[in-house]
Design a protein around this ligand. Sequence first.
Ligand SMILES: [Zn+2]
Ligand SMILES: [Zn+2]
Length: 315
Amino acid sequence: MKCRVCGKQASINLRAYNTALCDKDFIEFLEKRIVNTIDDYKLLSVNDRPLVAISGGKDSLSLWYMLNKTGYPCDGFYIDLGIEGYSHISLEKVKRMADRVKKKVYLFSVYNLIQKGIDGLTKTMRRPPCSACGMIKRYVMNMVCIEKGYTVLVTGHNLDDEASALLGNILFWKEVYLWKKSISLPGEEGHLVKKVKPLFLCSEREMAAYAILNSIDYIYEECPYSHDAKTILYKRILNTIEEKSPGMKIQFIKGYLKMVKDGEKKNHYCIHCGYPAYGDTCSVCRLLSKLGIEKDVNFEEYSPYSLDSERQEVT
Ligand SMILES: [Zn+2]
Ligand SMILES: [Zn+2]
């Protein structure tokens, strides 16, 4: 198998694109796809100040690295969920990447906000951990962008994440969620930040290969709570179909992007904090009042370099 670009020995076969590439040309191929996705779907503009949400996993760390490398300088944001044996390892990986891309990362501890970790929160809310965690994360990610003046929140959801979520929403006809999974969701000044997902068209396998080829040090362990059996099943089913019919996943998700319409839903905002809510009060304000805690919105910062120094090439 030869590299389609340079003719040398290929190291990765991309059946969805009917092509094979060597390490160097694969890296270029994937970076070009990110840049094209950003352009085609108008994810970022020159005036934007993007902030990347980073978990310490391969997708978000690679995304942060790629964006800084391809001309989209951006800071990072990390939420310490206080999960024993997991959160402190992922934080180390995030700081290491901050040093590498020479960018600032905001660190926010869930303890600061609710005086509990996710374990404690799950008990208080009587909600499954992923649902409690998702609620807090959405709130805090939106808040940090608005408080610190970032115009776009960038997340590392990949093709497999999105295709499996879409399949789940279709199987159960969850219409409310169906149209809220697009590659770009508009914001509203002062209340809601715009959200984008530049890895929407990049598969799990491509992202893993990219991370390894670029020696990106990421946390291999999944979050101890994330054993959502359904998501794993949907990913497996989609991979089985992909095996028989290469390119199906990307076709599935691109078809969805053609159909999805933005801004159909009118947003409601919390009367206390001004951020998105279903009723008058958002879930976080309701939770804090139940716990009798004042909101503390202190973000710690980790800056690997002096901020007024010139931006350096990412290596
Ligand atoms: Zn090549
Ligand atoms: Zn609120």
